[in-house]
Design a binder for this molecule. Structure first.
Ligand SMILES: [Cu+2]
Length: 119
């Protein structure tokens, strides 16, 4: 084994150790929830998923335009499920728990004006 091989082996080991620590930390706090977010199309998907940011503790998000179900994985120590729903309401999307303000909804592009949940 030459010197550069040794160095890369050590680096790989460090990387591996860091990754496992990171994974343990993640599983201890992260939670996955699935709930309905009213919406229509691919543009809604971008807006919905775009409202949920990694630096705010959201590690995974996926909204399905056919089922309207959002699957979100987040760090419970950083934000709550209700706060996530509030973020969605802020960009114009209703959930069964929180509704977007009419003014925000009315600002959505026409293709995104989904059928709203009954108030
Ligand atoms: Cu849309």
């Amino acid at each position: 084994m030459n010197k550069s091989h040794k160095i890369s082996a050590v680096l790989l080991l460090i990387l591996f150790a860091l990754t496992s620590v990171h994974l343990t930390a993640q599983t201890s706090k992260s939670k996955t929830e699935k709930f309905k977010v009213y919406g229509n199309c691919g543009m809604c998907k971008e807006t919905i998923e775009g409202a949920l940011k990694k630096n705010e503790g959201i590690s995974k998000k996926r909204w399905d335009k056919n089922t309207k179900m959002l699957s979100v994985t987040f760090d419970e120590s950083k934000l709550s499920l209700l706060q996530i729903k509030q973020k969605l309401a802020d960009v114009g999307y209703d959930t069964d728990e929180l509704q977007a303000k009419d003014a925000v909804y009315n600002n959505l592009p026409d293709c995104c004006k989904y059928e709203r949940a009954k108030k």
